[in-house]
Design a binder for this molecule. Structure first.
Ligand SMILES: [Zn+2]
Length: 64
């Protein structure tokens, strides 16, 4: 599976990969764990977790 481009965290979750695709770009070859993604986007991990819930509620298949 994917690993975080910044901190090298291995086996980042499907939700983290999904968030990268949604927020950075569907064709991104780089993936980020939730804490590095929060840093990149200058938001909190809590906000990102809310986002995950939102996308899930929309029925987005990138999330579980
Ligand atoms: Zn990371």
């Amino acid at each position: 599976m994917a690993e975080c481009y910044i901190c090298g965290k291995k086996d980042i979750s499907k939700n983290e990969v999904g968030l990268t695709k949604k927020l950075i770009g569907r064709n991104s070859k780089k993936f980020y764990c939730i804490s590095c993604l929060a840093e990149q986007l200058e938001v909190t991990t809590e906000e990102l977790k809310d986002k995950i819930e939102e996308f899930k509620n929309e029925g987005c298949k990138l999330f579980e």
